[in-house]
Design a protein around this ligand. Structure first.
Ligand code: HEC
Length: 120
């Protein structure tokens, strides 16, 4: 009987241990996501902000540039990944457009940021 009780306690320990671990890793993941989004926001601000509205509200400085929060309405954001990697010219025809070459890490950050501000 005593043995049986110990086993119950052990089970509780394992359960709480697992729960604790789960909570910790979830928190770590969400703060890593936050860091990524912050970095993406800075990239957007620096490279795109003088034409596009990059925030959750506000108008674009260059009225022809779609606000970033609506990009997801036209196509899945993942489609941008390739375009950005190749140096984006997509959708910029006829505009004097600096060529953007973002590296993989910058693209990942920018996409994480874009995903976080999309409005339906
Ligand atoms: C010099 C001003 C300018 C800068 C800087 C700029 N854009 Fe643009 N962007 C535009 C304009 C204008 C359009 C719309 C052109 C069109 O519709 O033909 C556009 C369109 C786009 C589109 C296509 C939207 C659609 O509806 O298909 C994407 C994606 C985009 N820009 C991403 C970016 C990103 C990412 C950056 C920064 C790395 C950036 N742009 C920087 C002016 C700019």
């Amino acid at each position: 009987m005593a043995k049986c009780k110990n086993f119950e306690i052990l089970k509780l320990f394992v359960l709480f241990g697992a729960l604790f671990f789960f909570m910790l890793s979830a928190r770590a993941a969400s703060s890593a996501q936050g860091v990524l989004q912050k970095r993406g926001q800075a990239i957007a601000q620096e490279n795109c902000g003088r034409c596009h509205a990059i925030g959750v509200e506000g108008a674009s400085k260059n009225p022809k540039s779609p606000p970033f929060r609506y990009l997801g309405r036209k196509y899945p954001l993942e489609n941008l990944e390739e375009a950005l990697g190749e140096g984006i010219v997509v959708g910029h025809e006829g505009e004097e457009m600096p060529e953007f070459r973002l590296n993989t890490a910058q693209i990942e950050a920018l996409l994480a940021y874009l995903a976080s501000i999309q409005k339906k």
